[in-house]
Ligand binder design. Structure first.
Ligand code: SF4
Ligand code: ZN
Length: 339
């Protein structure tokens, strides 16, 4: 016997919602999913009328659904936002070049302006070149991407950046921080929006924070959205992979929301010290150290010491960067480190 949609009770159900377990027809699912994202935006007051908002666009399912929804909801509910697409080209052949083609098609499909910033133009290095020197590539990529998005956003003079982080991403990050005992970071990773933390840092928000990844995939599939689904050729999946497997083994559909809510509650605990933020003495970007992480990593790359800034030798790194003399013991240690 065909199952009826539990919402309209008229049409046949086309899917079972991963978030709630309800059987629904396509139209009712679209309506419920869009309405939930709209409610998330309204409840957290993510945007103000007249703002220019950059949508971080990678061509993947999350950011494609985000771009489509922002365009749709902005028109339907008259948010009054000027939307632009902002993409980062990390310089990864066989991956980013193809996914950027998808973003360019999305630009035409959604009729939105597009700005692409590349690691090569910003830092003088592509990820392909970095990987030839250094295997631990995602550390570089993550640090560089954060700044690249901010720099692109400043060129575009936007008020905010919204990114396609979904509920699964947030729950994974909560778990990773709990497993590492890093309670101080929970606040930032569970926050739906972050204010500007200093010069050069544009406020960010996550309108899909409560949207389940499986529902994003279903939405993109049934809406026939044009997205790119290949993984990065350098993706190791490391620690996040463990958190993902851990969450994936849970049979309770609500476990993702449970983890997010526990992260939100843990993060508001008083007395958790946050690092004091200053600015990088070299590039002016926000940093709790004299040099920001991107400048330390770049210094290492340019000096042929690609491990500089990674791992546990922070004091040694600081001394080298500040060109301070090393003690004999430090000299021995430096030689022993496999740069
Ligand atoms: Fe960059 Fe790593 Fe992501 Fe690839 S998997 S885009 S190298 S962070
Ligand atoms: Zn810097």
């Amino acid at each position: 016997m065909p199952i009826q949609c539990s919402s309209c009770s008229e049409k046949r159900a086309a899917l079972r919602r991963p978030k709630t377990g309800h059987s629904m027809c396509k139209q009712c699912f679209f309506g419920a999913f869009e309405e939930e994202v709209h409610q998330t935006i309204m409840a957290a007051r993510l945007f103000k009328h007249g703002e220019t908002v950059a949508i971080g666009a990678s061509g993947g399912k999350d950011s494609t659904v985000l771009a489509y929804l922002m365009k749709t909801l902005n028109g339907r509910y008259r948010y009054g936002l000027n939307l632009v697409l902002l993409s980062v080209d990390e310089g990864i052949s066989g991956y980013r070049d193809d996914s950027l083609e998808t973003v360019k098609r999305n630009q035409r499909q959604y009729d939105l302006p597009l700005k692409i910033v590349s690691y090569e133009e910003l830092y003088g290095w592509t990820m392909d070149a970095i990987v030839k020197l250094k295997k631990n590539n995602c550390t570089f990529c993550g640090v560089f991407r954060r700044q690249a998005l901010d720099r692109g956003a400043i060129v575009l003079k936007v008020d905010k950046i919204c990114t396609g982080h979904n509920a699964d991403d947030v729950a994974e990050t909560v778990l990773m921080n709990v497993l590492r005992g890093d309670i101080a970071r929970l606040r930032r990773c569970t926050a739906i929006s972050t204010a500007s933390e200093g010069k050069g840092v544009v406020p960010r928000c996550k309108p899909l924070k409560y949207a389940y990844e499986k529902e994003i995939v279903l939405y993109a599939y049934f809406k026939k959205l044009d997205y790119f689904s290949t993984e990065c050729v350098y993706s190791p999946n490391g620690y996040r992979g463990h958190a993902r497997t851990f969450l994936g083994t849970s049979v309770r559909p609500s476990s993702i929301m449970d983890v997010i809510h526990s992260g939100e509650n843990l993060s508001v605990k008083e007395g958790v010290k946050m690092p004091v933020q200053g600015t990088c003495s070299r590039c002016g970007y926000i940093s709790s150290q004299a040099l920001c992480k991107a400048c330390v990593l770049l210094e290492g790359l340019n000096r042929g010491l690609p491990k500089l800034g990674i791992g546990k030798h922070h004091r040694l790194h600081d001394k080298i960067l500040n060109q301070q003399p090393l003690t004999e013991k430090e000299e021995r240690k430096l030689k022993a480190i496999d740069f």
